[in-house]
Write a protein that binds this ligand. Structure first.
Ligand SMILES: Nc1ncnc2c1ncn2[C@@H]1O[C@H](COP(=O)(O)OP(=O)(O)OP(=O)(O)O)[C@@H](O)[C@H]1O
Ligand SMILES: [Mg+2]
Length: 254
């Protein structure tokens, strides 16, 4: 296996990503929503974390702030040794392009491009050649080989979701965020997506953070971070589907 040297990839021991005292407030007065309240969390290199919590608890908001897609009201986000609040728009775009992969809750595929063109789009924009061997691995492991020439409208929801995963992984970014990346998948496809995310962490030292409502999906992770009402309320290490389900029940009764 040959590892490609990515620009700006730091070798230090700083966490791959972290949020410190992150607050995100929407609106003012009576209509104010506290989407995040003082969230501090760290993600180590090569670690696979699942974020869980009820609908509206702030999971997508946290992921968007961590990935530099949204800015917080207060607090800081750091990717490697780079603090995002210090970056210009252009630097932010470069960092997202070179170091971050994102699987959106709504896929965000480009309708006029084929599956393969969607997958390699971020690399094309960055002017980078795909690592063909890695690209083949991703395509095959996600079962997309015979769908590469199809446009998103010719793909099922699950296939579109897998294309979105392949796109996030293709450039082998330092950190991959997935907002319910298995939300539309049957258990076999879901296993394929989670398997490749697990491999990204284990074999390539990539940091993986996903949002999920599914205890089985969470069991692929090294730990689970539970959010409720915009705050981190619990952590669980080495989760199994059973321990996650137990913890979810406990948290519901609190
Ligand atoms: N642009 C916005 N304007 C106002 N409120 C918002 C906005 N975006 C999100 N919110 C609110 O912030 C809170 C957190 O939303 P978020 O999307 O992070 O939840 P979530 O945990 O991802 O939920 P789900 O599981 O349903 O995806 C919710 O109460 C939501 O209504
Ligand atoms: Mg969400």
């Amino acid at each position: 296996m040959t590892d490609i040297a990515l620009p700006g990839r730091s070798a230090g021991s700083a966490p791959a990503a972290s949020a410190k005292a992150l607050t995100k407030t929407y609106g003012t007065g009576d209509t104010q929503v506290h989407a995040l309240r003082d969230v501090s969390v760290e993600f180590e290199r090569g670690e696979f974390t699942a974020i869980m919590g009820p609908s509206g608890s702030g999971k997508s908001t946290l992921m968007h702030c961590l990935a530099g897609l949204d800015s917080a009201t207060s607090g800081t986000v750091t990717i490697g040794d780079t603090e995002l609040t210090n970056l210009t728009d252009k630097q932010m775009t470069g960092l997202r392009r070179d170091r971050i992969g994102f699987v959106f809750q709504s896929f965000n595929l480009v309708p006029t491009l084929t599956a393969l063109e969607n997958i390699t789009l971020p690399l094309d924009i960055a002017g980078r050649e795909p690592d063909q061997q890695w690209l083949d691995t991703v395509v095959d492991r996600l079962g997309l080989r015979d769908r590469l020439d199809h446009r998103p409208s010719e793909l099922s929801g699950g296939q579109q979701q897998r294309v979105a995963c392949a796109r996030a992984l293709a450039g082998r970014p330092d950190i991959v965020f997935g907002d319910e990346p298995t939300g539309n998948l049957d258990s076999r496809s879901s296993g394929e997506v989670l398997g490749i995310l697990r491999a990204a962490a284990d074999e390539f030292d990539q940091t993986v953070v996903i949002v999920t409502h599914d205890p089985r999906a969470a069991s692929f992770a090294d730990r689970v971070v539970f959010l409720a009402d915009g705050a981190v309320i619990d952590h669980l290490a080495n989760p199994t589907a059973e321990t996650v389900l137990d913890r979810m029940k406990q948290l519901e009764t609190v």
